[in-house]
Design a binder for this molecule. Structure first.
Ligand code: SF4
Ligand code: SF4
Length: 224
């Protein structure tokens, strides 16, 4: 069932697919949903990114429901402004947590999910389920290594340089108020609310970065 779902999603345009085992991490009304399906697309699709994510998520939900399993679709981060009830779950369960637990990548010094193949250039969506999908191995630690590019070039010095690992997931990576303040200033001065320098500068996922230490743990590129 897992390989069938993976194949279908990749053929529909997903860049990455992974399954996280959340046993012991879910409680309350979500305790029965111990599997997370993490799906990522290239965020450079721009305005098509959200519709692509929603299409893939709906497909995964239909696939699992048609086989008799329960699902809970966590909407993409870019959809959170709608303020729906489900969006309140973001604080309890993030797409990044699902993706790292599914081995898709790690949390970089810039606070973003970094995939060996796509760097910080993925947008993610998650489907929680009780389907018996075999979990992929989690990512245990950051593979940023000695790289400090995002730290050095962040215009607001918001990136602390600390490193994420599974055993210290809440270390402060980014001073969010400094980042927000920089974006607000940018919006006021040149009308552009986004910065994105810490995405653009990351060598992971860029063709010219082939020599970077991505080879240390580089899963086979997902194939349709
Ligand atoms: S978005 Fe810009 S200001 Fe914010 S952390 Fe990234 S580089 Fe720094
Ligand atoms: S720029 Fe370097 S330090 Fe920052 S997230 Fe990417 S690999 Fe990690």
């Amino acid at each position: 069932m897992k390989s069938e779902l993976r194949h279908e999603l990749l053929c529909l345009g997903a860049r990455v697919f992974g399954v996280a085992g959340l046993q012991g991490h879910m409680n309350g009304e979500l305790a029965h949903l111990e599997i997370a399906v993490s799906i990522g697309v290239d965020r450079r699709l721009n305005e098509d990114t959200l519709s692509q994510l929603m299409k893939l998520q709906k497909h995964a939900v239909r696939f699992l429901k048609s086989r008799g399993y329960r699902t809970l679709a966590i909407p993409p981060d870019s959809d959170r402004q709608k303020g729906t009830f489900i969006s309140k779950l973001y604080k309890l369960f993030t797409h990044k947590m699902a993706a790292t637990s599914a081995g898709i990548g790690w949390i970089g010094k810039n606070g973003l999910l970094i995939s060996p193949d796509y760097g910080p250039r993925l947008s993610l969506v998650t489907v929680l389920t009780d389907a018996p999908l075999e979990p992929d191995g989690p990512m245990e630690r950051s593979l940023c290594g000695d790289c400090m590019l995002c730290v050095q070039y962040c215009p607001s010095q918001a990136i602390t340089g600390a490193e994420w690992s599974r055993i210290s997931p809440f270390v402060e990576l980014v001073n969010l108020s400094a980042c927000r303040s920089h974006k607000a200033t940018k919006r006021a001065t040149d009308g552009k609310p986004n910065c994105g320098l810490c995405i653009n500068i990351c060598p992971y996922g860029r063709k010219e970065s082939d020599s970077h230490n991505a080879e240390e743990k580089k899963p086979a590129r997902e194939q349709c």
